[in-house]
Design a protein around this ligand. Structure first.
Ligand code: NAI
Ligand code: MG
Length: 352
């Protein structure tokens, strides 16, 4: 019997609420599928930062490196600037473990009302492959002449052939296994260096996947088309910044931030991958017990899938699908109900 070691970083705000609520059903799913896992909890985040000026210890990555996988709740605190929380914890893990594929499925489930008129169950079903280690989020730049009126800020984007090729190839592989359609997001009209380079790489890699139909879309047009014709998308591949923005659009058109899962995947064997709900720490609802735990449960489903535990992955995903389709099932306020986090998980467990 396999026993996996999983690091759990609940983080801030509603992070611990959804992470703790989901753990029992996740354990059920593993037990039913005949494997077990142990979790080790790391209380890293802004409480620690406010206390001792660091989001995680200096040797944080070393401590995580031996785990089979990592689960993260959310980070972010109203009293701490967001670049501190992001650069102190999330980005170092994504970059340090070379988690270059940020995989974000967007599915409109039965029983969920999309803000888009006329869209029903299954009409939206696409996945975004976002580059997760370089691009616009590379820490290259600086600020000079602070406080003067000639103060200057430079922030460079970094696109390498290796980095671009591997995310594009991962997206093509996904498209070949899905509906065979890939949309590459760029801004090649304005960013004639990095994005034309991206287009060239897409063209090169496309030659390896003759069965995949390729579409190119400028990011502004993509923002519009995700609202105008989301049913036409299958796999989207985008740079770090563009993927970040478009996945928030994706989360909204499929009902709620509370339903959107994600994985930061290192496809090789060298490092653990990290799974997390797309949403943040939601300070506006923290402590009320109404945070939607479903994005967290779906993210665990993705974690199990990555470990090759397809039975447990499917069981969790199907339990969520089943619950959302049931009009009488408890649901949290963000998706039109009045139930709390605990009641949703309790109902979910009965559906496994
Ligand atoms: P957010 O995702 O925390 O909240 C946006 C809206 O969605 C809020 O109205 C919130 O109540 C709602 N929401 C989010 N998750 C929900 C859930 N599970 N159930 C029900 N409603 C939910 O984004 P926001 O407000 O922009 O950021 C808050 C903090 O979170 C900031 O400090 C930000 O930096 C951080 N953040 C962290 C992320 C991460 O850890 N990966 C991602 C996004 C934001
Ligand atoms: Mg985001």
């Amino acid at each position: 019997m396999d026993a996996y070691e999983i690091a759990v970083i609940p983080g801030d705000g509603i992070g611990p609420e959804v992470v703790d609520a989901a753990l029992p059903i996740v354990a059920d799913a593993a037990e039913n599928a005949g494997f077990s896992f142990e979790t080790t909890r790391f209380d890293w985040g802004t409480e620690r930062y406010l206390d001792r000026d660091e989001m995680m210890p200096d040797d944080g990555l070393d401590r995580l490196s031996g785990f089979d996988s990592i689960f993260l709740g959310a980070v972010g605190h109203p009293e701490v600037p967001d670049h501190v929380t992001l650069h102190g914890l999330l980005l170092p893990i994504r970059k340090g473990f070379d988690q270059y594929v940020c995989k974000r499925p967007n599915v409109l489930f039965e029983g969920i009302e999309s803000p888009l008129r006329g869209y029903g169950a299954g009409d939206v079903d696409f996945v975004v492959y976002r580059e997760n280690t370089e691009g616009e989020y590379a820490s290259v730049g600086g600020r000079e002449h602070r406080g003067f009126d000639h103060e200057t800020a430079v922030q460079s984007a970094l696109f390498t052939r290796r980095g671009t090729e591997r995310i594009v190839r991962a997206a093509f592989e996904a498209a070949a296994e899905r509906e065979g359609r890939l949309t590459s997001i760029t801004k090649s009209n304005a960013q004639a260096h990095s994005m034309v380079f991206w287009d060239d790489v897409v063209e090169d890699v496309a030659a390896e996947f003759p069965s995949v139909e390729v579409e190119r879309l400028l990011v502004d047009a993509a923002a519009m088309d995700l609202i105008r014709r989301p049913h036409e998308f299958d796999v989207l591949v985008a740079s770090n910044l563009f993927g970040d923005i478009l996945t928030d659009v994706g989360a909204q058109i499929t009902g709620s931030m509370g339903l959107a899962p994600s994985g930061n995947v290192h496809p090789g064997e060298s490092y653990p991958s990290m799974f997390e709900p797309v949403h943040g720490s939601a300070p506006d609802i923290v402590g009320e017990g109404v945070a939607n735990p479903l994005a967290t449960v779906l993210s665990w489903s993705m974690l199990f899938e990555e470990l090759g535990e397809i039975g447990a992955a499917d069981a969790l995903w199907n339990a969520v699908t089943d619950q959302l389709a049931d009009e009488d099932a408890p649901r949290t306020p963000d998706i039109g109900g009045t139930a709390g986090t605990g009641a949703v998980v309790a109902d979910l467990r009965s559906r496994l």
